[in-house]
Design a protein around this ligand. Structure first.
Ligand code: ATP
Length: 362
């Protein structure tokens, strides 16, 4: 099912005198093609959950429209939208078995949607099989691990055969290992069912690794929409550049001067003719190449061995953060100088942003 959001806006009015209203979602426009897994990504409070709640119908927009295919669902109640929803805290009923928990949404179906006991049983089993918990149907939620409980919640969301699946931080209560495993599971289930899925997370690793498309949000506003690699390789502003990537991108105060890109007294490389101005130069950790005659230097603090790679921890007086990280092949880093390390920079790993607007300069 294609999902189209048109000028979608949600404003929470001020509760008390002197308080400000909150523009939680500000003019969101996007079309999510059928069958995609999309991650809504951004820091806490940027409007991710509000967007999801608008799509599922738990919240009403202040303005704007939501379409599922050609159907305008803006004023359709949640139970008639055909969405399955999974929350961060699973929200399973503790006194019910896994089977009863998964079956629950089917028991409230009305009219011609009503199912027989036998049909319900089949649906529950199919859903449980999909998330591989069909051997646990008799257990109570407290007899399951966190990862298994989350699978039950996903099975319950899928049992009504929704056309849209919405997941709100589904992995945040799981430990690191289970997170990795469960995110792969979500990807597999989504691929198998081909349900258009929107996944909320503030974890950029999670978003980058499993989604077809990511939407980066800040202060209720969409910053950038695209394939994970495209957004990583071509961040539209400094916020997006800093939000994606581990270790994070290194940011320096710099300048464009006489068609060259400068940090301090060092000219990194020539640019296409463009006007002189102050800029931020953002360099991905993998953009540094050791080169004793290279144009850019850092003050070495220490090398850190990562195995195949070495992370060079360094500093620079024009850097925004206290330390810089450059990831170098361990073999190349064998003869590292003691104090000042020189580099050549891979041009496609260097992003330049206007110092005032913080927008990308091509
Ligand atoms: P998190 O990652 O912390 O869950 P989020 O990106 O999902 O954050 P939202 O929960 O959508 O963010 O909140 C967006 C903004 O709207 C925040 O400033 C939040 O305080 C505000 N907000 C959310 N729900 C309400 C509400 N019911 N009443 C008033 N303000 C709200």
């Amino acid at each position: 099912m294609e999902i189209k959001l048109e000028n979608l806006t949600k404003i929470f009015p001020a509760r008390k005198k002197g308080q400000k209203e909150v523009v939680a979602v500000d003019d969101f426009n996007d079309t999510i093609p059928d069958g995609m897994l999309v991650a809504l990504l951004g820091p806490s409070g940027c409007g991710k959950s509000t967007t999801l709640n608008l799509i599922c119908g738990l919240l009403k927009p202040t303005s704007g429209k939501i379409y599922f295919g050609d159907r305008d669902v803006t004023n359709v109640p949640p139970e008639y939208r055909g969405v399955g929803m999974v929350f961060q805290n699973y929200a399973l009923y503790p006194h019910m078995s896994v089977e009863q928990n998964i079956r629950f949404p089917l028991e409230n179906l009305k009219g011609d949607q009503k199912l027989s006991k036998e049909q319900m049983k089949e649906r529950v089993l199919a859903s449980a099989k999909l998330v591989m918990i069909d051997s646990l149907l008799d257990r109570k939620p407290k007899e399951l691990s966190g990862g298994q409980q989350q699978r039950v919640a996903i099975a319950r969301a899928l049992v009504k055969l929704p056309q849209v699946l919405l997941l709100d931080e589904p992995l945040s209560n799981l430990d690191a290992r289970l997170r990795l495993q469960t995110r792969e599971e979500i990807r597999r289930i989504q691929k198998e069912t081909k349900i258009t899925t929107i996944f909320v997370t503030h974890d950029q690793d999670e978003a980058m690794s499993i989604s077809d498309m990511i939407v980066v949000m800040k202060d209720g506003k969409v910053q950038q929409i695209g394939k994970p690699q495209e957004v990583y390789d071509h961040p539209i502003n400094l916020f997006v550049a800093k939000f994606l990537g581990t270790p994070p991108i290194n940011v320096f105060e710099g300048a464009i001067f006489e068609n060259g890109l400068w940090i301090g007294e060092e000219k990194l490389f020539d640019l296409m003719p463009t006007e002189d101005r102050p800029v931020f130069v953002a360099i991905r950790p993998e953009g540094f190449v050791l080169d004793e005659h290279g144009p850019f230097s850092l003050d070495l603090i220490r090398p850190e061995v990562l195995g195949r790679d070495i992370s060079i921890v360094a500093k620079h007086k024009k850097a925004q953060s206290e330390t810089i990280r450059a990831i170098i092949d361990a073999f190349e880093a064998k003869h590292l100088p003691k104090d000042i390390v020189r580099f050549y920079l891979k041009p496609h790993k260097v992003h330049v942003f206007d110092a005032i607007s913080q927008e990308r300069i091509e």
